[in-house]
Design a protein around this ligand. Sequence first.
Ligand code: HEC
Length: 157
Amino acid sequence: MRSHLILMLLFVVPVVAAADEPSKEDLEFYNKRVRPILEKNCYECHSQKADEVQSGLRVDERQAIIQGGDRGTAAEPGDGEGSLLISAVRWEDDDLQMPPEEKLSEKQIEILLEWIDREIPFPKPPEKEKKKDKKKKKKKGNGSYPLPFSSLQFDRP
Ligand code: HEC
């Protein structure tokens, strides 16, 4: 019985950890295998570096991929097969073949598929989001009383 419990924990713990932050292996997979493909083949048109972001889609941020572009979400974490991104790089749809000039190799497509199936691991959110949070906290603490009278009475917009 006890060994069953330990076995269960072995499976449960990594899943819980993944919800917060990608594992070291997943991050390494992204940095070493996925990122070079995206950088070389997609950033030109789908990143902050692009002169003009094409179809509203950026692939240089996890949230941007999930949010997607004009056609909606580009990929749901864990669902590589069902994703628009994979359909696009497989040139499945005559109207959406990415990258437009030259199809990726089978191996590269497989890496992108595995990446989405691994829940789209990305390094931590960019710095600018953290800074915003700090500002907010500062503002809250600026009242002359620990709990400003107004905040007790009304919901401010
Ligand atoms: C030379 C520019 C260019 C490159 C490079 C490129 N794309 Fe695109 N991408 C486009 C354009 C233009 C569209 C809009 C096409 C349309 O709507 O007909 C698009 C649309 C898409 C869409 C659909 C977005 C939406 O919601 O409409 C996906 C997904 C996509 N690209 C993925 C990729 C991926 C992944 C790569 C790299 C492997 C890539 N693209 C490389 C120009 C590019």
